[in-house]
Design a binder for this molecule. Structure first.
Ligand code: AHR
Length: 650
């Protein structure tokens, strides 16, 4: 029965206009193609924040392994009994490490590391331990993973042959088959009589793919499951650093760990740089994604900037070296270095971003700095898309439009309230199609204003309310994916242990033992897995609205795409309302429509619902079969829901 005839049928009692207004309708028009969907639309953004790497994705279990976290004290290390700990700058293993830990005292000596909120102890598990040690008179060291109170040893081993010169020792610590799973653990090195010096003390559990210096498998798997098109790295603020000394200096993140000095990260703790440039690329390869490389552009977070041509050229050259390191053949200087570092095959690099949030550079120097980078990169690598961090239409971008060159893309950032995010679902409908193309390089719906200052008020991960607003915004990006080429949510990762985070709301949470995706994670995954390659033109009528103050916006959001090879339509509908919403659909121009389809739905009654370590899947998508799909059909979308409906048209 057609909409009109059904309306007429009941018009006697309800009135035609009332009925048509009461039930929204959406027409999917396949008679003319929409536009191509950017295959790069959904990626990931990463930086060292919230213990994303150290104490997160990066597998290292010893916190402050190189004793550099504080120039005077030894955070995360303590002496057992009378053991005295001091930092010794006289005999470093390498200039880059620069310091070692001296342990001394009368009688038995012991030094304890408390890890990143404990250690992940699991049955039948091997832990690769390595360390540098030297002493005055030959000794052995006893190493163990044990309970935090020292009453129970989970795994142990011995290091014989410590001598007067630095030697590197490797050993495997293995838990028994019957060992319990716990994070209530510490790492201890014991010896008799001192002094003994230690450097670069490291413990890795099983890593993803068993790669040395590798990643924590559960967190990596959550990321892989999203099948992201790209990874934007290394920041964010982490690219810039608070001062010039603290920027991400990629050359100092390469090679053996002994040669990596580490650096102060902008979010209040030090980065070991164990996850360095090549590890980023391994991570990207492990996810089957592509790199979006941000290069340091002469501006740091304390507002210091280098805007003179000559001085800035050093940083431009550094960026060219970095691109050569990633993409160059073995006959290039930096390509050869990559080969020597263990990756013979050049990487493909299509996107380079110049700086990060340079709208904060009040001196207004960015445009000229951008030009210097743009020209140099385009001259040597004409095919690389060069991204500007200002010039978009967010407030940072408006401040400094780029007129002297046309960036291939501009990066826009939005940390917005759930209401604003829903309002922005139509933002790109009116964007200038002549470009530049848009990279929404950081975005997230927040139910806390200024999430960087009110860290403990909400979160640590988004609730259902945020996920619904996120999904509403994604319908807008998808509908406009002729101009919105790429997008990535931020921040990506958070260690949910007390004191682990610097940002209130983050996509994926973990503690020492387990990890979980937030409702927003699942909303994104639903969109990412059901992207299609062409948009389907839609026309909607009778859509409900919602109001706040003087502003009225949609209260139902949708987008539709199609896989042009299989004919599957991916219809996404977001219902933020507190009541279910029925919608009439009409599909025009399909050869045929299979009556059976699939629905993937994320929904919940309480907008405040969150996933947690204890309830990791509380708000997660449910897949079900649906029937009675045809040229005209009606579906009801539950309150607070995000739905992907897969309709087979051939
Ligand atoms: O993602 C958190 C921070 O937000 C990023 O480091 C920065 O680019 C932005 O201001």
């Amino acid at each position: 029965m057609s909409l009109l005839s059904r309306a007429l049928l009941v018009s006697g009692s309800l009135g035609l206009v009332a009925l048509l207004n009461a039930q929204p309708s959406i027409t999917l028009d396949l008679t003319k193609p929409g536009h191509k969907v950017s295959p790069m639309l959904y990626g990931l953004m990463t930086e060292e924040i919230n213990h994303s790497y150290d104490g997160g994705l990066y597998g290292e279990l010893i916190q402050n392994r190189a004793f550099k976290d504080n120039g005077r004290t030894t955070p995360h290390w303590s002496g057992l009994g009378e053991t005295k700990l001091t930092l010794d700058h006289e005999h470093p293993v390498t200039p880059e490490l620069g310091v070692s830990l001296k342990i001394e005292g009368a009688g038995p000596l012991g030094v304890v590391n408390d890890g990143y909120w404990g250690f992940p102890i699991r049955p039948s598990t091997s832990y690769r331990c390595s360390l540098y040690a030297r002493c005055e008179a030959a000794k052995s060291l006893e190493i163990s993973l044990e309970s935090a109170d020292g009453t129970k040893v989970y795994a142990s081993g011995s290091v014989p042959g410590v001598e007067s010169g630095w030697k590197k020792f490797d050993l495997l610590l293995r838990t028994s088959r019957t060992e319990a799973t716990t994070s209530d653990a510490r790492f201890v090195i014991r010896t008799t009589g001192g002094p003994v010096w230690l450097s670069l003390v490291s413990v890795f559990p099983a890593t993803y793919g068993d790669h040395p210096n590798g990643f924590r498998p559960d967190v990596l798997r959550l990321l892989q499951d999203m099948k992201p098109a790209f990874l934007r790295f290394p920041g964010g603020n982490y690219l810039e650093g608070n001062t010039f000394r603290d920027r991400f200096e990629w050359k100092r993140t390469l090679g053996p760990l002994e040669k990596r000095p580490g650096h102060q990260a902008p979010w209040g703790y030090r980065s070991s740089d164990g996850l360095g440039l090549l590890e980023y690329m391994n991570w990207i390869e492990d996810m089957g994604a592509r790199p979006v490389l941000a290069v340091f552009a002469g501006y740091v977070l304390n507002h210091d900037v280098i805007d003179s041509n000559t001085e800035l050229q050093g940083f431009v050259n550094d960026a060219l070296d970095e691109i050569e390191y990633l993409t160059g053949g073995p006959n290039t200087k930096w390509g050869a270095k990559r080969v020597a570092d263990g990756h013979p095959k050049p990487f493909t690099l299509d996107y380079v971003e110049v700086g990060n949030e340079d709208g904060f550079d009040d001196s207004g120097s960015y445009e000229k700095r951008f030009v210097q980078f743009y020209d140099a990169i385009k001259k040597k690598y004409p095919k690389i898309n060069v991204i500007s961090t200002t010039g978009g239409k967010d407030w940072l971008g408006l401040k400094f439009p780029i007129r002297l060159r046309k960036p291939d893309l501009v990066d826009e950032h939005y940390y917005s309230s759930t209401w604003e995010m829903m309002a922005m679902a139509t933002k790109y409908d009116s964007y200038d199609r002549k470009g530049p193309r848009i990279f929404v390089g950081e975005w997230a719906a927040q139910d806390v204003p200024e999430p960087w200052t009110r860290v403990n008020e909400k979160g640590p991960t988004p609730n259902l309310n945020c996920a619904i607003a996120d999904a509403a915004f994604m319908t807008g990006m998808e509908r406009n994916s002729d101009i919105v080429e790429m997008s990535c949510y931020a921040p990506l990762l958070v260690n949910v242990n007390p004191g682990g985070r610097q940002w209130a709301v983050n996509l994926i949470g973990y503690d020492t033992l387990s990890s979980f995706g937030s409702p927003s994670y699942y909303a994104q995954k639903m969109f990412m897995a059901n992207l299609g390659d062409w948009t389907v033109r839609t026309a909607a009528s009778g859509m409900p609205t919602q109001s706040q103050g003087n502003q009225t916006i949609d209260a139902l959001f949708h987008s539709a795409t199609i896989d042009s090879k299989t004919g599957t339509i991916f219809l996404k509908v977001v219902n933020p309302q507190a009541t279910a919403q029925a919608v009439d659909f009409r599909v025009v121009g399909a050869k045929s429509i299979r009556s059976n389809g699939t629905q993937i739905q994320l929904a919940g009654e309480d907008l405040k619902s969150m996933n947690t370590i204890a309830e990791p899947m509380k708000i997660s998508p449910k897949t079900s079969n649906v029937s009675e799909l045809s040229e005209r059909f009606t579906r009801t979308f539950p309150a607070h829901s995000v739905t992907v409906l897969k309709i087979e048209t051939r």
